[in-house]
Design a binder for this molecule. Structure first.
Ligand SMILES: *[C@@H]1O[C@H](CO)[C@@H](O)[C@H](O)[C@H]1NC(C)=O
Ligand SMILES: *[C@@H]1O[C@H](CO)[C@@H](O)[C@H](O)[C@H]1NC(C)=O
Ligand SMILES: *[C@@H]1O[C@H](CO)[C@@H](O)[C@H](O)[C@H]1NC(C)=O
Ligand SMILES: *[C@@H]1O[C@H](CO)[C@@H](O)[C@H](O)[C@H]1NC(C)=O
Ligand SMILES: *[C@@H]1O[C@H](CO)[C@@H](O)[C@H](O)[C@H]1NC(C)=O
Length: 493
């Protein structure tokens, strides 16, 4: 950042320049002003039949005008829809930890379908060669030790990671529309990401990502910074611009501690700001994240990060197995994955809240959606701080209340039922160990050990939409839930 001192000296230099302007210079200034006004006229009005001079054409090419506000989101109809081949992924890794982290990206990487690279700090050691086909191909980040700015750099590894934006850009081609940066411990949901990016005009400048779940992390860095672990996307033109200006940013901010902040500063200085997509998840959480994953915001799931900070997301599995289990549902229908669907069994005053492919919760009371969409605070923040801790409302202190604590079932299996329906099954892993809820009729749901959920195999859930459902009790132990479109104006309360 420029200090007040250097600003003062710049102003002083400018004054000196002004005072040294002679009368001849005044004419030059006037001539220059005239030319500038003429150019503004040409840029603004651009008469259709006007042929600009060569000089102006050159100027226009050298300094093309860009609009930093991507106001229009209308897509050009001539472009084919965005698919996975239009995205260039960069997975930022390091050789020392690759052995433990490779499974994360291998869980979502699709050989010969997804494009991109793992960027490493050094060449893979012999144990990783030949490089596995299940991983993205690797690149080794450029060695920055010879750079003039190097002695001023405080955190060289972060600068290496930051420069991945540029090094990945060089790998792109004319078919690349998006550059998506992720960490080596990030899980990406490719189908949802493709659809989400497809909403935006890739020919404009977009910086799309999400901040942290924790107020403090955002306060410490910025509420407007895309957290790289959650993953973020840069449209081609923006990546091109950043690639050109990136080493200049390092010159300006050699002291920064985090690569995501370098990019955020760099983009801010160029006049660009973040567009939040709330399906990217940094997961700055600890412990049992089930209360978060069971009440996902109403938007497609795009990523999960920090799987090692939280307990395995399904009971009785290690972390890699739990991620593979989630991906079994994700391979069939990502549009519904973790999306919340609520329905009621009125005769017993029960509420069902399903997180598709993850969990099913039964409450022994009728609860409205505005309350049920708040995550259950089963988890802790990355760092203990004063309230408010999280960026969203939660339900807390309720897990020993029989009318507020759910019976919890987890996703077990998925299959097709004929052409039209997908069946996901959810099983209870433990008893709730609370009396039943007396105020709503004392109807215990303890006996329900299995829920079968039927959803459409043909019609994906629209982004940001919600479905309704009906409950059918098969017997004392098994319940069926049928997903269906909501009736117009149907109330979930
Ligand atoms: C993706 O879109 C391109 C057009 O840009 C097309 O050539 C290609 O076949 C598409 N790939 C898939 C898998 O649909
Ligand atoms: C990917 O493509 C290469 C070359 O076309 C082929 O040899 C390889 O078997 C393919 N891998 C997979 C997993 O489809
Ligand atoms: C449902 O709960 C309400 C109170 O919330 C109660 O008045 C009603 O009797 C209950 N119905 C049944 C069938 O238990
Ligand atoms: C609720 O039901 C249980 C048995 O299911 C019974 O022991 C208890 O007394 C009932 N409580 C009330 C308030 O009716
Ligand atoms: C099935 O329901 C019956 C009747 O409520 C109950 O006694 C039994 O324990 C239940 N079985 C399981 C596996 O929950």
């Amino acid at each position: 950042m420029s200090s007040p001192l250097s600003m003062n000296s710049t102003i002083a230099k400018f004054r000196t320049k002004l005072s040294s302007i002679s009368q001849g210079d005044v004419c030059k200034v006037l001539a220059f002003l005239g030319l500038t006004l003429f150019m503004i006229y040409v840029f603004i009005f651009s008469p259709p039949n006007y042929q600009p001079s060569d000089l102006l054409t050159t100027l226009k090419q050298k300094f093309p005008i860009i609009n930093t506000s991507p106001l229009s989101t209308s897509l050009s109809l001539t472009d084919p829809p965005t698919n996975a081949s239009h995205i260039m992924f960069s997975i930022v890794g390091s050789m020392n930890t690759w052995k433990y982290k490779r499974y994360y990206s291998e869980s979502w990487w699709r050989p010969n379908v997804t494009r991109g690279h793992v960027f490493l700090d050094r060449s893979p050691s012999a144990e990783f060669l030949p490089w596995s086909d299940s991983s993205a191909p690797f690149r080794v980040n450029e060695d920055i030790r010879g750079f003039a700015v190097y002695p001023r750099i405080k955190w060289p590894d972060q600068v290496r990671i930051f420069r991945t934006v540029m090094e990945s850009f060089r790998e792109g081609d004319k078919d690349t529309r998006w550059f998506v940066m992720t960490d080596d411990d990030t899980i990406i949901f490719v189908d949802n990401l493709v659809k989400t990016l497809g909403k935006y005009d890739h020919k404009k400048h977009w910086y799309i990502g999400m901040n942290s779940e924790c107020v403090k992390s955002n306060f410490d860095f910025s509420f407007d910074m895309a957290f790289g672990g959650a993953g973020y996307a840069l449209s081609y033109p923006l990546a091109a611009l950043v690639a050109k200006r990136l080493d200049g940013c390092i010159e300006r901010y050699p002291h920064l501690r985090v690569s995501d902040q370098m990019l955020f500063f760099c983009l801010s200085d160029l006049g660009f700001t973040i567009t939040h997509e709330i399906g990217f998840h940094q997961i700055d959480l600890r412990g049992d994240a089930s209360g978060y994953l069971s009440y996902h915001p109403q938007t497609p799931l795009l990523s999960l990060h920090h799987i090692d900070l939280i307990n395995p997301i399904y009971p009785n599995m290690d972390r890699p197995a739990a991620i593979r289990h989630l991906m079994k549902a994700g391979a069939v229908d990502q549009s519904r994955l973790l999306q919340q669907t609520i329905c009621y069994h009125r005769p017993l005053n029960w509420t069902f809240s399903m997180s598709w492919g993850y969990s099913a919760h039964i409450y022994e009371a009728i609860m409205s959606r505005n309350y049920l969409k708040r995550p259950l605070e089963t988890f802790a923040p990355f760092e203990r701080t004063h309230a408010p801790v999280f960026m969203f409302n939660t339900r807390w202190g309720v897990l020993d209340n029989p009318c507020e604590a759910p019976h919890v079932l987890f996703f077990e299996s998925i299959e097709r039922d004929g052409e039209d329906r997908i069946v996901t099954t959810y099983l209870r892993k433990w008893a709730r160990n609370l009396p039943s809820c007396a105020s709503s009729g004392n109807h215990s749901a303890e006996s329900i050990s299995k829920i079968r959920v039927f959803s459409s195999a043909k019609i994906p859930l629209e982004a940001g939409g919600a479905e309704c459902c009906d409950v059918r009790m098969l017997d004392a132990n098994v319940t069926e839930v049928n997903y269906r479109p909501c009736y117009s104006g149907e109330v979930m309360a």
